[in-house]
Design a protein around this ligand. Structure first.
Ligand SMILES: Cc1ncc(COP(=O)(O)O)c(C=O)c1O
Length: 431
């Protein structure tokens, strides 16, 4: 019979894990997961863990969700995958129609890829090529300080989290960062953006932002009004706006899409993560007919967008995405989440009283508790991670920021448990 120990040893002998220092696993053993159900993950020794981070922010309706399982099985019986150049299939068409329906008006077309970083690459390449197709070179990309857009080279280049980016500095495309409204306030951030718009006028291919929450940037949060005013600036200076809603899309901030909640239509909208309910890799980049038409011509004109990935428009992933949208539609998820989001804010109140807490922040189903007074070398987040695991909760702090991003099916009791465990962990740190 398989046990945690056996799976762990076999894993450690062969596998290099993401976002990890493998040596850490000598003292912090990997957790081999046997199964998942609802908000819980179960290991081979029958311990269970409340998945308070939705398995890297992807899971919306729980593990092994009945409806999504059923729809994937149905798809599996008919078509698992087909090359998406020259061919298409029903699930992709249905998904495209539904996404165009529920996203801000004016995003009429979409391009499929298979992970968040690829979606960002596509939006960057498309915005550059849009101008090149008109014999104009615009080679400056602007993003925000403290932003995160993925790990591929283009996505890293527009990101600004030193931990992931710095080591590759010499080989990344050059980009510029404006001040983040989450760090310096809206007015200063807009001024900084306008200064860059003026400096690089006519040279900017696009500006890319994470609307409302810079998730990997310590869950730094800002208000809708920044997005509204940024869009105005983009119109004034004729700059494309790319909304990276890979983490915040599909209800995370309390509304279906963060840019839509601000009444803003971006030029490109990137979606991934929750799109398949956390089941399968899939991403899309949405854009206007006007952008699409700038690439639409006779092949020999050389204006085609030839980006491609083997698993583009994968049928199983599209069926999972359609099943995810079924749940949103049938179960009024956004409305029902409101009560849970409210309950989560109530559970966060006691954290504010702790002397080692600097700030508590929340946007919808994303909540973060920032600690103060800890030396980064102490890896305080790791201590909290270990404590929470021992108490049956999977938290994965970002440095000294403990955050909650649970699946929407989490119950109030589970929210209580998740926050109580985190509270005890933080309290125990005070010596
Ligand atoms: C805002 C944002 N953009 C892009 C990405 C990259 O997505 P992926 O990990 O699927 O490549 C992430 C991943 O965390 C993200 O949070």
């Amino acid at each position: 019979m398989l046990t945690n120990k056996i799976v762990r040893e076999r894993d450690f002998a062969k596998i290099w894990h993401p976002c990890s220092q493998m040596k850490d696993y000598e003292t912090l053993p990997l957790i081999p997961i046997k199964s998942g159900k609802g908000a819980y993950l179960y290991d081979f020794d029958d311990n269970r863990y409340l998945d308070a981070i939705s398995s890297w922010w992807v899971n919306l309706f729980g593990h092994s969700n009945e409806h999504i399982n059923k729809k994937i099985k149905e798809q599996l019986e008919t078509l698992e995958h087909v090359i998406f150049a020259g061919f298409t299939h029903k699930s992709a068409v249905e998904l495209a129609e539904r996404l165009v329906d529920i996203t801000p008006k004016g995003l009429d077309k979409l391009f499929f890829a298979d992970n968040g970083s690829s979606a960002i690459e596509i939006a960057l390449k498309m915005s550059f090529q849009y101008y090149k197709n008109q014999n104009e070179i615009r080679d400056v990309f602007i993003s925000l300080e403290n932003s995160y857009h993925g790990e591929t080279m283009g996505a890293l280049a527009v990101g600004d989290v030193a931990l992931y980016k710095k080591i590759y500095d010499e080989i990344l495309i050059k980009t510029v960062q404006a001040k983040s409204p989450a760090l310096v306030g809206e007015e200063t951030a807009l001024e900084s953006m306008e200064t860059l718009f003026k400096k690089y006028r006519g040279k900017i291919a696009a500006v890319v932002i994470e609307p409302l929450v810079q998730c990997a940037g310590s869950m730094a949060m800002y208000d809708k009004s920044y997005i509204i005013n940024l869009k105005k600036l983009c119109i004034e200076y004729d700059v494309f706006l790319i909304a990276d809603e890979i983490a915040v899309g599909f209800g995370r901030t309390g509304e279906m899409f963060a840019s839509a909640s601000a009444g803003v239509v971006p030029d490109f909208l990137c979606l991934s993560k929750g799109i398949t309910g956390g089941y399968l890799p899939l991403s899309v980049v949405m854009m206007s007919d006007e952008i699409y038409n700038a690439f639409y011509c006779d092949y020999l004109e050389g204006k085609s967008f030839l980006d491609s990935h083997s698993y583009t428009g994968n049928a199983l992933a599209c069926s999972a995405a359609n099943a995810t949208l079924d749940i949103f539609e049938k179960e009024s998820v956004i409305e029902k989440n409101r009560a849970k989001i409210e309950f989560l804010s109530m559970c966060l109140k006691p954290f504010k009283e702790l002397p080692n807490v600097a700030e508590v922040r929340q946007r919808g189903f994303i909540a973060a508790v920032e600690l103060k007074g800890y030396d980064p070398k102490k890896r305080v987040g790791l201590e909290i991670y270990k404590f929470a695991l021992k108490n049956g909760v999977l938290l994965r702090p970002l440095g000294n920021v403990i955050y909650f991003m649970p699946p929407y099916i989490i119950t109030k009791d589970e929210i209580k448990n998740m926050t109580t465990v985190a509270y005890s962990a933080i309290k125990d740190l005070i010596v």
